[in-house]
Design a protein around this ligand. Structure first.
Ligand code: SF4
Length: 661
């Protein structure tokens, strides 16, 4: 029975070869390299003369021009230049490839470690790289080789150990760029460790740059060896192309017009460098599928359930029952971004809500009001500067802010998963969609393998209306709606109870938005999911949600069931938001927008954060921050105006729960 790992490697290689062979430049480069490597390996057989023997050589043989006897003439010692060229290829290639290997390994490892781990380690590594970078390579090589025995091994190590700096900087920059991409955050969310993220998400995107850089480094290593040999610092026992140039220049080839003694080794260097460049270009095209000209591809039918053109089902009246158990509860949650030397940015402050089994809660507010920070805080996926500074988050009997990182990894995806904003950014562009869905499954159930894993991926794709034919396609081969469906499939991979959908329809056209929303709503009912739906779209909230949390400037402005929010909003911000929302039952209604912008979180105004834009603001609003008040059962709002009517309202009863031991 064939080993699955071997057959998977074989099939990957065949896939690679199928694409690579269509790249003419890559194939040309590969042929050039294969030819020269073949020549170097079989030098003993191919070379017509023994370059080490001086028997039968006379002074008449010196600098003989090309002839039938000596195709490329003879050198200053009367030896056959063609044979020298063949043996020289062996030495030049050995030095070039081995020295480049050392440089690439050192530069690649340092670049990835510095870029990925950051902080003090990055500072130390990069300052060291900077110091090495300002020291000119060639003079240093000359000095070191001159001080040591000029052997082939010494030359390889000197070139390799001094040639890694550019690689380290390039790899670090690429790692930094990839690390900040959303698919890395998604990988963290599904519980992937650092090693896994580096291997499966950072390396595939760093690799194309590393390959192209490797080409340059091999070329530079060959040129450096040639230079050292040309300067007389090469290994006298090993004839390289550089050594041939040295002998030709130093021993009168120019003055005697023996151009063949100079052109031949020069041609060898150009051949290898050109071959490497073309091969590297071809490899980059294949290893980086984003370079594929996918906009020229034929359109493919992708989604099983095409747009119906019908409006969304109106789910009003099918609200989740209040006696359903609470799955997720945030209690006075506060999150700040801590910047050294600057006041903390209070991105989320004192936010409370509950999410019941099967409930769909809409989280609304303008951009920059803390919605995404709140969601990332619930999953403990905040960026380094973000900290939960107060409050609790209960998921069943677990208080999430008190869990260790390992315990939290177990909650993510199996308990709470997330559909990130912007599916194209949240999917790794160099891995197939099926592979990325499988990754989420395997991270939480390592026993899932082979056909079982494949069947589960197909089942998930089928659940979101994607044909299994598209399992092996890359994200750029999917349409926008397809990518969003794939993200939903990924979020459902480990059967979570709660799904956070962070603006899942942003950047999609209206029909695709309708399809995605309808899919989310139907999956909620089919699988009994609880969903937090982050959006700007009040129309969607009115159609789909059971409850609504309105945020402004990082605080809870109002929170209640959807009917109360739309029919009896008590916070001026909610009222102003609804004035911009068209009402089909009152077509004469004039739509208005709220003047101004939400506050910057590190420059919050004194008093109520909405005061600069609030049409009802009064003196107290500009000096005192309003507290969150309970207006009615499961209806909370934060506004001084509500406090004035003390008979109607009371402070919210905090539903503190005991932490499980
Ligand atoms: S507290 Fe004052 S400024 Fe704030 S929303 Fe209420 S009325 Fe407007």
């Amino acid at each position: 029975m064939p080993d699955p790992a071997t057959s998977s490697t074989t099939s990957r290689f065949m896939d690679f070869w199928r694409v690579f062979r269509r790249n003419r430049m890559g194939i040309a480069g590969l042929v050039m390299l294969v030819v020269i490597v073949f020549v170097a390996v079989f030098a003993d057989i191919i070379a017509p003369y023994d370059v080490k023997s001086s028997v039968d050589v006379t002074t008449a043989d010196i600098y003989k021009p090309p002839s039938a006897e000596h195709w490329l003439g003879t050198d200053d010692a009367g030896k056959d230049v063609f044979s020298n060229f063949i043996f020289g290829a062996r030495v030049s290639l050995i030095v070039g490839f081995f020295a480049a290997f050392i440089s690439i390994v050192i530069g690649g490892v340092l670049g990835i470690v510095a870029g990925f781990f950051g902080g003090r380690l990055e500072n130390i590594l990069m300052r060291f790289t900077d110091i090495m970078l300002v020291i000119p390579d060639l003079p240093l090589m000359v000095v070191i080789v001159a001080l040591t025995k000029p052997s082939l091994l010494n030359i390889i190590f000197v070139i390799g150990l001094l040639g890694w700096t550019t690689t380290a900087r390039i790899v670090r920059s690429q790692t930094l760029a990839v690390k900040s991409r959303k698919f890395v955050l998604r990988a963290r969310a599904i519980g992937a460790g650092r090693g896994h993220i580096i291997r499966h998400h950072i390396l595939p995107l760093v690799m194309p740059i590393l390959v192209v850089n490797a080409v340059l480094v091999v070329s530079l290593a060959i040129l450096n060896e040639s230079t050292l040999s040309f300067l007389g610092l090469g290994d006298p026992t090993a004839l390289s192309w550089g050594q041939m140039l040295n002998y030709a220049f130093g021993r009168g080839a120019m003055s005697t017009g023996a151009w063949w003694a100079l052109v031949t080794p020069g041609f060898g260097i150009v051949w290898v460098v050109l071959g490497l460049t073309l091969f590297g270009h071809g490899l980059e095209q294949v290893l980086n599928p984003r370079l594929e000209t996918h906009h020229l591809m034929k359109p493919r039918p992708i989604v099983k359930n095409e747009a119906t053109g019908q409006p969304l089902r109106h789910s009003t009246g099918e609200r989740v029952a209040l006696d359903k158990p609470i799955l997720l509860q945030a209690d006075s949650l506060s999150i700040s971004y801590i910047n050294d030397g600057k006041p903390a940015a209070r991105a989320v402050e004192n936010v409370s809500f509950t999410l019941r089994e099967g409930e769909l809660m809409g989280l609304v507010g303008e951009s920059g009001c803390g919605k995404t920070t709140l969601m990332l805080g619930l999953l403990r996926l905040l960026p380094a500067a973000g900290q939960i500074v107060n409050g609790e988050v209960w998921f069943g009997e677990k208080e999430l802010t008190a869990l260790t990182d390992e315990e939290m990894e177990d909650v993510r995806w199996k308990g709470i998963s997330i559909i990130f904003q912007g599916a194209m950014n949240a999917l790794n562009p160099v891995r197939t969609v099926g592979d990325q869905i499988a990754e989420a499954i395997v991270k939480h159930d390592a026993t899932m393998k082979g056909d079982v894993l494949n069947a589960r991926v197909v089942e998930l794709l089928d659940l979101v209306g994607i044909s299994s034919d598209h399992k092996e396609h890359y994200p750029h081969q999917y349409s926008g709606g397809m990518r969003q469906r794939a993200m939903i499939a990924m979020a459902l991979a480990c059967n979570p109870q709660v799904v956070i959908a962070d603006e899942p329809t942003t950047a999609l056209d209206v029909m695709i938005q309708a399809q995605v929303l309808e899919l989310l709503d139907s999956l909620r009912k089919k699988l009994g999911l609880s969903i937090i739906f982050v959006t700007h779209d009040l129309g969607v909230v009115a159609e789909m949600c059971d409850s609504v949390l309105v945020m402004y400037g990082g605080v809870l402005a109002e929170y209640s069931d959807v009917d109360t929010i739309y029919n009896n909003p008590r916070h001026p911000y909610t009222q102003e938001l609804l004035k911009a929302f068209p009402d089909l039952t009152h077509p004469e209604k004039r739509l208005t927008s709220i003047p101004g912008y939400p506050p910057k979180l590190d420059e919050l105004p004194a008093g109520c954060r909405f005061a600069p834009r609030c049409p009802l603001a009064f003196d107290r609003c500009r000096v005192e921050e309003p507290q969150v008040l309970s207006v009615a059962e499961r209806h909370m709002a934060s506004c001084h105006l509500l406090e004035e009517k003390k008979s109607e309202i009371q402070r919210p009863q905090k539903q503190r729960r005991k932490k499980s031991s």
